[in-house]
Design a protein around this ligand. Structure first.
Ligand SMILES: Nc1nc2c(c(=O)[nH]1)N[C@H]1C(S)=C(S)[C@@H](COP(=O)(O)OP(=O)(O)OC[C@H]3O[C@@H](n4cnc5c(=O)[nH]c(N)nc54)[C@H](O)[C@@H]3O)O[C@H]1N2
Ligand SMILES: Nc1nc2c(c(=O)[nH]1)N[C@H]1C(S)=C(S)[C@@H](COP(=O)(O)OP(=O)(O)OC[C@H]3O[C@@H](n4cnc5c(=O)[nH]c(N)nc54)[C@H](O)[C@@H]3O)O[C@H]1N2
Ligand code: SF4
Ligand SMILES: [Mo]
Length: 719
């Protein structure tokens, strides 16, 4: 039997490694990394090897559209045809529009950078609504907003192995990115100095020569102090600063407010270690900076990021070999941002003015914002309260909001209040359980897609390896079907969705590149020309065309435009909350809430963990393997986690992942209300005043050992 090898890309997580899919006799027999792929260079992980086949073949996978017949969450469904699904959904959207207006229909999507993001935005915009949620307020939102303001949208990508010094802030690549982990090990081997800033002793902290164990949420003070040392010791890049940065004098003055001794008190890092890190970073060039999730989704996230952008800028480590590269564009390629920002695909200004959250966070949600999406918690509030106006219908595609947004009780209450909830998914998640309609989604092996990978940089293809199972459709095809049904009923206020199917959209994306999809599929990628120092001809993407260290746009909106340290909320906890909790530590086996129904993943980790220092554990009477209740301020719900006693945690700080549920547990939430930390943390306030991000990463908490009688029997045995 001949084996066909298909060069594709894995998109089981946001890293998107190049893959080789081996197909024999109509079956996928093996999936590996693609050593020729310029971004991932052969790196691959356990999810990429197992998840695509398991997800496709899973016996519980929905294979036909389904309509709810019982109460919400009762799990009673009837099978319907696609035509009936599209038509009934269109009819019900029509009713909601007639009663509450077009803006009362909303959407939710995540990993929106690929085609499913465009499917969502253009479906909603065509209906006449500017309201859709992306998950970036919980993800990279602070970093993206800061990048829009400063102009430093630079990532090291595969410049890392060429860097002589790498500063890694709040990122644990051994858990979250096999490609970056490979690159950092290569950099170290080639003699680079690694400096890691993380409260946890991560694997990369063990690899690094300098590890700064700072107190959570204090990074801005550290960065400003390093900037202070660099200016005071005259170690900055004079040419770059003079020609390519604005706001330098004001930044220098602000940084003077953070001498190492003070920063040491704030961060808990010895003053000499701050000075050493600053000197190393400024004098060991080329250097690069990795900014991770640890500084995002925090109430001071944007300002913290701006401080690190400033550190990169004053040392001139931008868009040069071995530094952080500005994004490289394939001429003519249309990605998510070029579509959503294209006037031809946008709503009239008076409609975009209504985006929920736009008034409070104009740089996040308004017509001139980075995301142009709604502010998620404000949208959830609107469903519950009807303020500032009603939200009555929600189309959810590619996000499991009941497991991945904080405050599950509130999200549940909102979903139950809707007149219409439609969920497109490849498995029945707790979110899908509450739907009126579940639409069966294709899985990775059944889809095609194109995206620009900045690590390479290259254009990369996802190729279809097998035909879809059952009646599953891709997000684009589902949205195109809904558009047809809405159009037939005269329910489109604007017709901003010109694609008739997914391939049509891919052709549109590639049309002006002159690269046909088939050509991209030959190797699975086509490199994007790599150039350095593009700013010398094009400038940076800010109004001044320079890097703005004190962004004008912030000042105009009445914010203090300079980076500054703001104490984290956990620093003044209500009585009894004696510990700090870090959430969202990644596990190689899982992608957020996904794969909890995959046996191979459950063999690797079977219970939500509470990482805890031995001393903290002892003080609380907790031993390895005990189940522990954890509670955070201002929310009644607690979560049940399993103690994982480890020196990786500092005393007084505990950590966990996110997104736990057990598909086999009866009930609509499948245990998410008990085992998922997101059920036990609030969806803000406080918010980052610029991006509206909640403080979902670091919070005060208290723990107590659970009585064994409180632990469900099956969970007691979990590892
Ligand atoms: N296996 C796997 N990989 C994934 C994902 C997944 O679910 N599973 N998710 C993907 C997605 S969508 C994302 S957004 C990324 C996220 O992941 P990354 O951006 O790669 O960040 P993490 O690896 O989560 O690491 C965050 C680190 O920040 C530290 N930290 C916590 N608080 C602070 C703080 O206040 N300051 C500092 N300096 N550090 C702090 C934590 O201890 C942790 O080590 O991972 C992606 N990769
Ligand atoms: N407390 C806390 N909460 C967090 C975080 C944290 O660190 N701490 N991290 C946040 C971050 S960074 C992120 S990115 C979010 C992630 O939040 P989500 O995006 O909700 O996370 P996933 O569990 O990956 O859910 C994706 C869902 O989409 C489905 N799906 C996958 N691929 C496709 C597709 O191509 N099309 C469609 N229609 N469906 C698909 C999957 O089956 C799954 O149900 O969680 C956030 N929540
Ligand atoms: S890291 Fe793993 S899951 Fe993510 S894209 Fe690469 S192989 Fe796929
Ligand atoms: Mo994310």
């Amino acid at each position: 039997m001949t084996v066909k090898v298909i060069a594709s890309s894995c998109k089981e997580c946001s890293v998107r490694c190049g893959s080789l899919i081996y197909v024999e006799d109509g079956k996928v027999v093996r999936i590996t990394g693609n050593p020729d792929h310029p971004g991932s260079r052969g790196a691959f992980c356990v999810k990429g090897v197992h998840a695509p086949v398991t997800a496709r073949e899973h016996p519980d996978r929905p294979l036909h559209p389904m309509r709810r017949t019982g109460e919400r969450g009762e799990g009673r469904w009837e099978r319907i045809s696609w035509d009936e699904a599209f038509d009934s959904i269109a009819e019900r959207i029509g009713r909601v529009k007639a009663e509450h207006g077009s803006t009362s229909v909303a959407g939710a999507v995540s990993n929106h950078f690929v085609s499913r993001g465009v499917a969502m935005t253009q479906l909603l915009r065509s209906i006449g609504s500017p309201n859709y949620m992306i998950n970036q307020d919980l993800c990279q939102g602070c970093r993206y907003t800061a990048a829009m303001l400063t102009g430093v949208g630079a990532q090291p990508g595969n410049e890392l192995p060429k860097s002589r010094c790498v500063l890694i802030i709040g990122k644990s690549p051994s858990d979250s990115s096999v490609v970056q982990w490979m690159n950092l090990k290569e950099a170290k081997k080639a003699g680079a100095e690694l400096i890691v800033v993380d409260p946890r002793k991560t694997q990369v902290a063990r690899l690094a020569q300098q590890w700064l164990r700072l107190k959570p949420g204090t990074d801005a003070a550290l960065a400003l102090s390093m900037i202070n040392v660099i200016f005071e010791e005259n170690l900055h890049d004079h040419e770059f600063v003079a020609n390519w940065c604005t706001g330098v004098d004001r930044l220098r003055e602000r940084a003077r407010e953070y001498p190492p001794a003070l920063a040491s008190t704030i961060t808990g890092v010895p003053a000499q270690a701050i000075i050493d890190a600053a000197r190393t970073f400024a004098t060991t060039r080329p250097a690069s900076l990795v900014l991770g999730h640890g500084i995002d989704a925090q109430a001071n996230g944007v300002k913290t990021t701006i401080a690190f952008h400033a550190l990169l800028a004053i040392t001139g480590n931008i868009d040069r070999e071995g530094t952080n590269r500005m994004p490289k564009a394939q001429s003519g390629f249309r990605d998510y941002y070029s579509v959503i920002n294209d006037a031809a695909f946008r709503l009239p200004a008076e409609v975009e003015q209504k985006i929920i959250g736009g008034e409070a966070y104009p740089l996040w949600s308004g017509p001139n914002s980075w995301s142009k999406s709604s502010h998620n918690p404000s949208l959830i509030d609107a469903v519950i309260t009807g303020e500032p106006y009603p939200i009555r219908a929600l189309y959810v595609s590619g996000v499991n909001i009941l497991c991945t947004y904080p405050d599950t009780d509130r999200t549940t209450a909102a979903l139950k209040k809707l007149d219409l909830l439609v969920v497109a998914s490849d498995h029945i998640t707790p979110t899908a359980e509450l739907a009126d309609f579940v639409l069966p989604k294709t899985t990775l092996l059944e889809e095609e897609d194109v995206s620009a990978d900045q690590t390479g940089p290259c254009l990369a293809a996802v190729q279809q390896a097998l035909p879809p199972k059952g009646e599953a459709k891709s997000d684009m095809d589902i949205a195109a079907g809904l558009i047809r049904a809405l159009r037939a009923r005269g329910l489109l206020d604007f017709d901003l969705f010109p694609w008739t199917n997914h391939r049509d959209f891919i052709d549109y994306q590639l049309q002006e590149t002159g690269i046909p999809f088939e050509a991209l599929c030959e190797k699975g990628f086509i490199p994007i020309p790599l150039t350095y120092e593009d700013y010398r001809s094009k400038g940076f993407r800010t109004p001044s065309k320079k890097i703005e260290l004190c962004p004008d746009r912030l000042e105009k909106l009445g914010h203090d435009p300079l980076p500054q340290y703001v104490p984290p909320v956990y620093a003044s906890p209500p009585e009894g909350y004696d510990l700090v909790l870090l959430t969202g530590i990644r596990s190689m086996a899982y992608h957020h809430s996904r794969f909890r129904n995959h046996t191979w993943a459950r063999k690797l980790q079977d219970a939500p963990e509470l990482r805890i220092n031995p001393k903290t554990a002892e003080r609380h009477g907790i031993a390895r393997g005990d189940w522990v209740w954890i509670a955070t301020p201002n929310i009644a719900r607690r979560a049940l986690l399993k103690a994982w006693v480890s020196e990786e945690m500092p005393d007084g700080v505990v950590a966990t992942g996110m997104g736990w549920w057990y598909p086999e547990i009866e009930g609509a939430d499948h245990g998410a209300l008990t085992f998922n930390i997101d059920a036990a943390i609030r969806y803000g306030p406080p918010w980052d005043p610029i991006s509206g991000s909640p403080e979902a990463r670091n919070t005060a908490c208290r723990i107590v050992r659970a009585d064994p009688s409180e632990v469900p029997r099956f969970a007691a045995a979990a590892h």
